[in-house]
Design a protein around this ligand. Structure first.
Ligand code: DAH
Length: 369
């Protein structure tokens, strides 16, 4: 920064003083710009206790001035000083040194945006298909009672049907009545019961969620997995409604060229029950390794709600002091279905090992970005 000597004043008229101080103020502005963020350099240049410009101004102009000019000089001197301080306090000066150290030409720090997990997006896709049909989402707890998970769904205590779902029991439940004992839910079906205890028919709900079974992990099994369940209850629901709904849902999910077929099956809570198969999406039904040369892929279970389920709901509503006429099996009928999310995601994305979904391996997951 230039450091010219402070010129002696020729006289103390207002015009001379104005001019002298205006020259210095211009110098302040110039040096502020030239400092380019060097706040400390600027401060020393102007306010430095020994060599600062202001100190010189004070010595050359103020101290030598006759007494009657001191006031006019002092006022202008203070203004100049305030101008210098204002430069120092300006936000640009505060961040000056940091800005000077920032090289905007360096590559930035890239933050990779996260994505929804493929199981979540698959679950959302299935749920969305049913939302389009007017279904709403219902959710329930993962720690469930024996009543909701089994008994009300027509799995009586000690009935062999319970053996089809290897159950993880919560410890130390022995003192409770069997219906109140806690377990990890083995399917999303208990949310059917919970919803019928809370809402009046007609009912159209879709239930996404996590379920737990005491299954050994292998390429297609995991002790924790996901299901999407559905329930439709009304005064006149028929098996044709079930077929039409699931046929539409499968074509929405896997493509309009897909056909469905319904095979007799058994679930305690539906009668009749069926397994739904879709024509193999890999070979269009011609037979390939993926469909074990059958041309069909089995995808979900379904059926008409067993009257025993409506009877259990009715009895429980009565026990709870709720309207026990709403789900009278003589007045309502319905259908239900349930499917495994992992299985659908594996088919949609050609994944052959279920474990990849839980490994957290970024190389696998980023394929879905
Ligand atoms: N809860 C059955 C299971 O986990 C799946 C299922 C089958 C659900 C048929 C249903 C149904 O609602 O109607 O194996």
């Amino acid at each position: 920064m230039m450091n010219e000597a402070i010129p002696h004043l020729t006289d103390y008229s207002d015009a001379t003083l104005d001019h002298a101080f205006a020259t210095l103020e211009a110098e302040v502005r110039e040096s502020a710009a030239a400092a380019a963020g060097d706040v400390e350099g600027f401060r020393l240049h102007w306010l430095g206790r020994k060599q600062g410009r202001l100190k010189l101004v004070s010595e050359v102009w103020l101290k030598l001035a006759p007494a009657d000019a001191r006031r006019a000089l002092g006022m202008r001197f203070n203004q100049l000083k305030q101008g210098i301080e204002a430069v120092l306090e300006a936000p640009a000066a505060q961040s000056g040194p940091k800005l000077a150290a920032l090289d905007v030409t360096l590559p930035g720090i890239a933050r990779v945006a996260g994505i929804a997990h493929p199981l979540v997006t698959t679950m959302q896709r299935v749920v969305e298909v049913f939302h389009q049909l007017g279904y709403s989402t219902a959710l329930g707890p993962e720690v469930e009672t024996d009543f909701h998970n089994f008994e009300a769904l027509n799995f009586p205590p000690n009935h062999p049907a319970r053996d089809t779902q290897d159950t993880l029991q919560v410890a130390a439940q022995g003192a409770k009545a069997e219906r109140d004992r806690l377990l990890m839910r083995t399917h999303t079906s208990p949310v059917q019961i919970r919803t019928m205890l809370e809402q009046a028919p007609p009912l159209r709900i879709v239930i996404p969620g996590k379920v737990h079974r005491n299954d050994a992990a292998d390429a297609t099994h995991s002790p924790i997995f996901h299901q999407v369940e559905g329930l439709c209850v009304g005064p006149d629901i028929t098996f044709s409604d079930l077929k039409g709904t699931l046929d539409h849902a499968m074509r929405s999910l896997f493509g309009a060229g897909v056909t469905t077929r319904f095979f007799p099956s058994f679930f305690p809570f539906t009668e009749p029950s069926a397994d739904v198969q879709i024509s193999c999406i890999f070979c269009s039904g011609n037979g390939c390794r993926k469909c074990k040369y059958s041309g069909w892929i089995e995808l979900l279970g379904c059926g008409m709600v067993d009257p025993a389920v409506f009877a259990a709901v009715t009895a429980e509503r009565r026990r709870l002091g709720l309207d026990d006429t709403l789900y009278d099996p003589a007045r309502v009928s319905g259908f239900a279905f349930g499917m495994g999310v992992e299985r659908i995601a594996m088919i949609l994305h050609g994944v052959s090992d279920i474990g990849l979904f839980y490994s957290g391996d970024v190389r696998f997951l980023e394929q879905f970005a």
